[in-house]
Ligand binder design. Sequence first.
Ligand code: CMP
Length: 229
Amino acid sequence: MQNTRQRSHTERSSTLKAVPFFTQLTERELDVVRSVATEKQYPKNAVVLTEGEMGDSLYMIQSGKVKVFIGDQDGREMILKLLGPGDFFGEMSMIDKQPRSASVTTLEGSVFLVMSHSSFEKCIEQVPRIATIVMRILAQRVREADKKIGTLALMDVYGRVASTLLELAVVDNGKMMVSEKLSQQDLANMVGASREMVNRILKDLSDRGFISVESKSITIINRELPPSL
Ligand code: CMP
């Protein structure tokens, strides 16, 4: 039987292998990363990062789920992204040492591997091509952000709900499902609309046979979701 240390080493290894930053690294290079990351656990609904605060650590999600969002003074929020195991966040402030661009809270109990700016620099000294991998990932983030801007600017709420459902859906047992534990308010916060509006659109999509809404999931029956009413 593995002892705790071995198990934790194996878990870290598989986490790092799953994080896009590190998938292309060799075992020896991964060892360098592993040696500088520390593990942190958070309960459900914990604030991990707060928009506007200083911080210089990168978080790799070993287990759990988080939401990345920006908010205003009235408590309204726009969810930018949901992230799960193998994803990472906090890379922007780690790299440019500017305040956090968004807040991050846990949607369930989560375990992260955390790396500070100085640890990251040590990694780059020893494994210079990490810098190239980082650039690639940042380019990907900008692409996704461009897509989101396009969706918000060019589609009406109906289309935004439809495209968000398709973005979140995964194939499970041959069915295309959105099984994130998302409330209608969360969905509304992802598309920049009111909960009531999202509720009406989901009902309409369901009445027209495009989706079926169960208590904890939404099944996409016909993936040609209409972009408008
Ligand atoms: P940082 O600015 O350090 O802290 C907040 C983090 O949220 C940020 O790094 C990114 O990791 C993450 N983040 C910000 N904007 C987006 C986005 N549009 N999509 C995914 N993640 C984001």
